[in-house]
Design a protein around this ligand. Sequence first.
Ligand SMILES: Cc1cn([C@H]2C[C@H](O)[C@@H](COP(=O)(O)OP(=O)(O)O[C@H]3O[C@@H](C)C(=O)[C@@H](O)[C@H]3O)O2)c(=O)[nH]c1=O
Length: 183
Amino acid sequence: MDISQAPLAGVFVIKPQRFEDERGYFSEVWNRHRFEEAGLSIDFVQDNQSLSRRSGTVRGLHYQLRPHAQDKLVRVVHGRILDVAVDLRRDSPTFGRWFAIELSADNQLQLLVPKGFAHGFVTREPDTQVAYKCSHTYAPASDRAIRYDDPAIGIDWGLGAGEAILSPKDAAAPLLADVGELF
Ligand SMILES: Cc1cn([C@H]2C[C@H](O)[C@@H](COP(=O)(O)OP(=O)(O)O[C@H]3O[C@@H](C)C(=O)[C@@H](O)[C@H]3O)O2)c(=O)[nH]c1=O
């Protein structure tokens, strides 16, 4: 398992080892000890999975307010996504900056999105299934969204205008500048 720091402090890219044989492959997708060796002691308490039927489905940008903030460890079980983390830590030198990486069932990469970041993804194949571990349970009253296409953030989703498929909640999400309480 290779755990490497992404350009934004606190964000990590994880590549599990894959053991291939004539049956297919075996892979440890999460191992507490390996994470602790890398200095990451995270108490995951909830596993989530979502299916997005259409390519171009955008979920995000989402986060939960403290004290319900979540670390998320994201991977793709079927299909392909561009996974995005946005730094919401007001005192961070990289506040408002984003990092994105393609995660797929093929490349098996994972993204660790820590507390203090908003998270979102766009699916790049139909019937994409995303699985992620969370360090805090769902807290609906603390659940927040920021517009995926906020020009002040400027994420390149690889989509044309109007192509994103959004939930009503995400379509109505505020801009970063209009959000008072961040993480
Ligand atoms: C996130 C979540 C949702 N729900 C419910 C609420 C709602 O009725 C339904 C769908 O919720 P949403 O529309 O928020 O689902 P979705 O848009 O997939 O939200 C997710 O997006 C990605 C990007 C994340 O980072 C996640 O933390 C989460 O916010 O599922 C739970 O019961 N538990 C949960 O942990």
